[in-house]
Design a protein around this ligand. Structure first.
Ligand SMILES: [Zn+2]
Length: 184
């Protein structure tokens, strides 16, 4: 039976569990092995432990299997200077206007916007905006921002919130576009 959470289809396909779990496999149905592999490829070439956690949790439909407090401690979030614990999560007040810039992880500040770069195509511009960057972001800035955003919008960091998963997908699609366009 398919190991995807809530799925009871026959599972003729196996998928490697990933780094550190070599030789171990999930059994999935056709649809879910595809979904799993798609997620796997999203993070091509990255070795971030967050990414690995994402791949593993994909198999359980990103349902949290821990208590939130224990998870934050286990991930050492208290000491991560780029992580603010009051990010967009369930049960937390949504930032209305963030007048104090408390949620700004060094992202483009209003008023500090540089003029558009006419050499960029629409898709590149849209992708940069999805990463909260302007047209002049360097390759390093794009990579750094991508990693920040993946961490912040990772469903694990948001109690399995589905909306953070959608945002994460948007971030990944944008990054992949910039990568294949040679911009990062
Ligand atoms: Zn399935």
């Amino acid at each position: 039976m398919c190991q995807w959470q809530g799925c009871a289809e026959p599972a003729p396909h196996r998928a490697p569990m990933g780094r550190g779990r070599e030789g171990q496999y999930f059994q999935f149905c056709v649809a879910h092995v595809q979904q799993y592999n798609k997620t796997y490829n999203y993070f091509d070439g990255m070795s971030d432990s967050e990414v690995e956690a994402y791949q593993k949790s994909a198999a359980t439909g990103h349902r949290p299997t821990w208590t939130v407090g224990a998870n934050s401690m286990a991930h050492g979030r208290e000491t991560d200077p780029h992580h603010h614990r009051f990010s967009e999560g369930p049960g937390r007040p949504r930032r209305p206007g963030d007048p104090f810039g408390l949620f700004n992880d060094g992202e483009t500040k209003p008023g500090a916007k540089r003029p558009d770069n006419p050499a960029l195509g629409n898709m590149a511009r849209k992708s940069l905006r999805a990463l909260n960057l302007d047209d002049h972001a360097s390759k390093l800035e794009i990579k750094t921002r991508f990693k920040q955003l993946v961490k912040r919008h990772h469903p694990d960091a948001n109690g399995g919130d589905r909306s953070s998963e959608d945002r994460l997908r948007e971030i990944i699609v944008a990054y992949n576009y910039l990568k294949q366009a040679g911009l990062c």
